[in-house]
Design a protein around this ligand. Structure first.
Ligand SMILES: [Zn+2]
Length: 306
């Protein structure tokens, strides 16, 4: 019987082949399992990336929508500002016309006496030390506001109107007494005592004895005493260089230094001093110079005509 013998070198070769095969099987299995993991991980990463991208897209669309809304809102606000400015401009312009109208009667007289409205407005403004025209800060974001110029112009008008109203409130306007009959005019007249022509520095308003007398503007009492020809006499200093005097009174109800409001009762008519009968002698001075009070009497505060 022939026995199958394997030569020793063949045994070595066979063993080697077995080892190589075993190594190949091992390596392939390992690679197979690991690459499966890698592929899975890659798929997960891709899926996550896709989700993130979708999320970003959604967020982008949301913020874009918000930005568009904000832009529209800003435009609406600007339009509203413009509408308000236009309306304020119209109202202020009308009010300025009314306020300027209230100075119509005294305008020429003031100008002739070296105190035009423009200079009086400056004096009032200086005393107030507030307001002033609106000057936008050069670095201000307002400069980029589309209606900055219009805004400045409206502010200027409001400022001017405020000053007109302030001046009107400070000037001696209207009658100092309920009576309105003028018994002696301002200027040259025949003196009731000497019969010679003399200057009359005020206006006489006829009134029965002890008729109440009211201050025609706010101010401070400078003098309040019996003063020779004036008799019982009150002198009040007002803003912007105005002064008023009330003479021939029977009673004085104020004293030097008193702060007076327009319309305050300051005394009663009388017949004291160089007077021929009960009446009020009323003077208005601008910068200490007597002016004709007639047009001031005929101008009511805040009213165009009387
Ligand atoms: Zn008089």
């Amino acid at each position: 019987m022939t026995s199958l013998t394997v030569r020793p070198w063949m045994q070595v070769v066979f063993l080697c082949l077995c080892l190589v095969f075993a190594y190949w099987v091992l390596q392939t299995s390992v690679l197979y399992f690991f690459s499966n993991d890698l592929i899975r991980n890659r798929d997960i990463a891709l899926a996550e990336g896709k989700i993130e991208k979708e999320q970003l897209k959604k967020e982008l669309a949301y913020y874009k929508g918000r930005a568009e809304q904000s832009e529209k809102l800003a435009l609406d606000i600007q339009q509203a500002h413009k509408d308000i400015l236009d309306k304020v401009d119209i109202l202020v312009s009308e009010e300025i016309k009314n306020a300027e109208g209230s100075f119509e009667k005294v305008e020429k007289l003031l100008k002739d006496n070296g105190a035009p409205i423009s200079s009086l407005l400056k004096k009032v403004k200086k005393e107030e030390n507030v307001g002033g025209p609106f000057i936008p800060d050069m670095t201000s974001a307002l400069l980029t506001f589309p209606y900055a110029q219009k805004l400045t112009s409206v502010y200027d008008k409001v400022d001017y109107l405020e000053n007109l109203i302030t001046l009107s409130a400070r000037m001696p306007l209207g009658y100092p007494i309920s009576e309105t009959r003028i018994s002696a005019a301002f200027g040259s007249r025949k003196d009731p005592f000497t019969g010679k022509r003399a200057r009359h520095e005020g206006i006489d308003i006829a009134a029965s004895l002890k008729t109440p007398i009211y201050a025609t503007a706010p101010g401070i009492v400078k003098r309040a005493f019996t003063n020779g020809a004036y008799g019982k006499f009150i002198e009040i200093e007002h803003d912007a260089g105005f002064m008023t005097r009330y003479a021939h009174l029977s009673e004085i109800h104020v004293k030097k230094g008193d702060a007076i409001q327009a319309g305050d009762k300051i005394g009663l008519t009388g017949n004291t001093g160089r007077s021929t009968g009960p009446h009020l002698h009323y003077e208005i001075l601008i910068g200490k110079k007597p002016v004709n009070p007639y047009r001031f009497l005929r101008t009511q505060r805040g009213k165009k005509d009387v």
